[in-house]
Design a protein around this ligand. Structure first.
Ligand SMILES: [Zn+2]
Length: 310
């Protein structure tokens, strides 16, 4: 482990005040040292580069298309030194093996004519790097669990939040810049929390999703949300049918209309206002679902969303 090392720096983190209201990608914030660059792969699938600007080192989050991510890293002038994976699904983890030696570029041999032995000419396209992920994540090198911490470059602190339900191994990664305490933190939510929505319950229960989203709700309100897919337009169309009188949902609708890429334009505070899956205690939502207990409300909401054809 060279550029990235496990570290426990909670004392520096816990004292970090956080400025409210940073929505734009940090490329527009000159003083920032943590920069997040979304890489849209296929129609709606996000990978990210999480960049520590002073060191020029980056972690790649949820990589599938390794070449595309590398091209963005080259353009940004940064080296990829770590992989971070939110859950085991192929569209979030499929590129990991390129970094961990589990899949190398095809070997091309040359012959040593003196010894008559084969010598590998080309071994790997990409460097071996630590890949962090939960227990079902393929080609990981470093298993992470709830509460785990590590560092990217010199300045980015990462804290792991177990959020099982979409998959049992789902982990959200809360990131903060230890050197720039005025910068908002961010959270990579994979397929657990989407802007205005949440993931399907493939390996868990409605109660677990409620617990997981409630855990995310404990992050500072100004924490920027970086989700796994561009589903915002569909989510807000559904949300309008559940809480038509919620003005925050009107704001999300406008945001989705005006931005092709919405990831990074929402915060945990926003989600509490416009994400119906984080508002189970609201009377309007209880009324629509005909349920009272959070698990039952969540279950009905998910069922309605699964059948929604907006
Ligand atoms: Zn998934």
């Amino acid at each position: 482990m060279t550029a990235l090392s496990i570290a426990f720096r909670t004392s520096r983190i816990s004292s970090a005040p956080i400025r409210v209201g940073i929505r734009a990608f940090s490329s527009t914030v000159k003083a920032s040292k943590m920069k997040v660059v979304p890489v849209l792969v296929s129609a709606d699938n996000y990978a990210y580069l999480l960049i520590d600007e002073p060191t020029g080192k980056a972690a790649v989050v949820d990589v599938l298309d390794v070449e595309k991510v590398q091209a963005v890293a080259d353009k940004e002038g940064v080296s990829i030194v770590a992989g971070i994976t939110t859950h085991h699904h192929q569209d979030h983890s499929g590129g990991n093996k390129a970094y961990t030696g589990a899949q190398r570029a095809p070997l091309i041999y040359t012959i040593d004519i003196v010894k008559f032995t084969l010598i590998p000419f080309k071994v790997s396209t990409y460097p071996s790097i630590p890949v962090y992920g939960g227990f079902d994540v393929p080609a990981k090198t470093d298993l992470v669990e709830d509460g785990g911490e590590f560092t990217v470059g010199d300045n980015i602190h990462v804290r792991c939040l177990a959020t099982p339900c979409h998959t049992k191994d789902s982990i959200c990664f809360h990131v903060t810049d230890t050197s720039n305490k005025s910068q908002s933190g961010g959270v990579f939510t994979g397929d657990t929390l989407f802007l205005g929505g949440c993931g399907r319950f493939f390996e868990g229960t409605a109660e677990q999703m409620h617990t997981s989203l409630s855990k995310l709700a404990t992050l500072p309100d100004n924490t920027v949300v970086y989700n796994g897919h561009e589903y915002t337009a569909g989510n807000v169309a559904f949300a309008k049918t559940i809480e038509p009188d919620n003005p925050a949902i009107g704001r999300l609708f406008k945001l989705a209309q005006e931005n092709k890429v919405t990831t990074g334009l929402s915060t945990i505070g926003d989600e509490k206002e416009w994400n119906v899956f984080m508002r189970l205690d609201k009377d309007a939502i209880k009324r629509v679902t005909g349920a009272e207990e959070p698990g039952a409300v969540m279950n009905k909401l998910r069922e309605l969303k699964n059948n929604f054809r907006g």
